[in-house]
Design a protein around this ligand. Structure first.
Ligand code: CA2
Length: 139
């Protein structure tokens, strides 16, 4: 489970868009669901594009699927798209907000075409739905 830039600020600003839960509170819900589903989850957050890319590249050694909220890199990063394409394990794109009913620049996802599917607009539940979707992709 990868959280991209600025998601460490969750719960502190813009609660009308991103909710009131902190990233740690969201992570607790993710871990609880993983336990319920009987799967292992490793959760990481980075504000650095290259670090996310390194984690994606290393993922197949340890993990069967990736769930990613690439945050603002969603809209800009060819490098993240290339990394997700290169690794060859299924990835699920998640967003807390519905990026399709916000500013024009958020409607374009650079990674949408290389992931299995996208879940957006369900608040913290986007992560939980994403985890269920990824669990369904595990072999
Ligand atoms: O809706 C989402 O999950 C986003 O990926 C969140 C990103 C945004 O750039 C995407 O367009 C949609 C922003 C994450 C930043 O989160 C903040 C949280 C609290 C205060 C400020 C930013």
């Amino acid at each position: 489970m990868l959280h991209g830039p600025n998601l460490n600020l969750l719960g502190r600003r813009q609660p009308e868009i991103y909710g009131r839960l902190s990233l740690e509170q969201i992570n607790r819900k993710i871990r609880a669901l993983a336990a319920e589903l009987g799967i292992e989850v490793d959760i990481r957050q980075s504000n650095i594009e290259g670090e996310l890319i390194t984690w994606i590249q290393e993922a197949p050694k340890q993990f069967g699927a990736i769930v990613i909220n690439a945050a603002a890199y969603t809209h800009s990063s060819v490098a993240l798209r290339d990394a997700l394409t290169a690794v060859g394990i299924p990835a699920v794109e998640v967003h807390i907000s519905n990026i399709h009913k916000r500013e024009e620049f958020r409607k374009r996802s650079m990674i949408a075409e290389v992931v299995v599917g996208q879940i957006a607009g369900f608040g913290v539940n986007s992560y939980l739905l994403g985890l269920r979707a990824a669990a369904g992709c595990l072999r």
